[in-house]
Design a protein around this ligand. Structure first.
Ligand code: PAF
Length: 321
């Protein structure tokens, strides 16, 4: 009997600890910028920690819409996600400032803001919202697609039923531009476009291409009205169970995922317009003067944004060079 116990004890010592499974949910396909980020994260973690963690990917909203997945992280039923700032605004309202149209000038400006003090302060706020944020990923600048016609002036948005994210800042902006903004979770959007319940939507080229929006939309207007970021998040229960070396490996993996997402977005921003034209979309790009007309039409919401987020924060963002 004694021998049997000794053998069991030795076997327990020799057996490698069971790998911990990480369920990661995201809104788009594995061949999207989300998939690229998730894969880079997994590869990096494996390089640092070997087989301590295994990944189970749930792409294409396989675990539900972004809000539901984030609630899963809060509850500890899902370990990880990459989610858009539009949805995250409902968890840390200050993130909404990034959704103000035309506030972030270009990708270089946006990346500096997110990697700098303002972005890092916002990431730190997620712990109080029952989530742990690791790093800012990217989607690119959002553009309008529609079945009603090309958009060249705010008047072309008049009454347009445009799906927006569940982001009050975007809803207010489209309302001021004369559109009929229709907030909706992403998993419902393709069906709503197919059925004609909405005329259009807005998303970056990364999403337009990977979700094949050319199959349900005829017109693409490159207006770049707002930069769209994402955040790589883990559940507090996963994070709280990691030791310091594992935490460092997760942080490095998140940085590697950001590099992969940004490279994907740079690539699709170059190639996506031709791909969508070849797939039959009619594409127009706003001239600088046309863009100015949109900016001017947003003067009233800008006053409301200043009241909501504070002029100081908006000035700090604009001052980043
Ligand atoms: O439009 C959205 O809801 C988001 O951009 C998407 C497509 C879910 C990616 O986060």
């Amino acid at each position: 009997m004694k021998h049997a116990y000794a053998a069991l004890f030795c076997a327990a010592l020799a057996a490698p600890a069971a790998a911990q499974e990480i369920k990661i949910g995201y809104a788009l396909a594995e061949d999207s910028h989300y998939g690229a980020g998730a894969k880079a994260f997994e590869d990096s973690l494996k390089a640092s920690l070997g087989d301590q963690f295994t990944f189970r990917h749930f792409p294409s909203s396989g675990l539900g819409g972004e809000r539901e997945v984030l609630e899963g992280l809060q509850l500890g039923t899902v370990e990880m996600t990459i989610a858009s700032d539009g949805t995250l605004t409902n968890f840390v309202p200050e993130v909404g400032v990034l959704g103000i149209p035309f506030l972030l000038r270009d990708k270089d400006h946006a990346r500096k803001v997110l990697d700098g003090e303002v972005g890092q302060e916002m990431l730190a706020r997620f712990d109080d919202a029952g989530l742990h944020a690791l790093a800012w990923g990217e989607q690119g600048f959002r553009h309008i697609t529609s079945n009603r016609g090309a958009v060249e002036a705010p008047a072309d948005l008049d009454g347009l039923k445009i799906r927006t994210m569940e982001n009050p800042v975007h809803i207010e902006a489209f309302r001021a531009l004369g559109a009929a903004p229709t907030p909706m979770a992403w998993p419902e959007v393709i069906g709503a476009l197919q059925q004609g319940a909405i005329d259009g939507q807005e998303n970056p080229l990364s999403v337009i291409v990977s979700a094949k929006l050319n199959e349900v939309q005829k017109f693409l207007t490159l207006d770049g009205h707002v930069y769209s970021s994402t955040i790589i998040l883990v559940s507090p229960s996963l994070w709280g169970g990691l030791d310091d070396a594992q935490k460092a490996a997760f942080e490095k993996a998140a940085d590697d995922a950001v590099v992969a997402m940004r490279a994907f977005v740079d690539d699709v921003d170059q190639s996506g317009v031709e791909a969508m034209k070849a797939a039959g979309m009619q594409v127009n790009e706003l001239t600088p003067d046309q863009k100015t007309a949109f900016r001017e039409a947003l003067a009233e919401p800008y006053k409301a944004y200043e009241a909501q987020f504070g002029k100081e924060l908006m000035d700090r963002i604009q001052a980043v060079e």
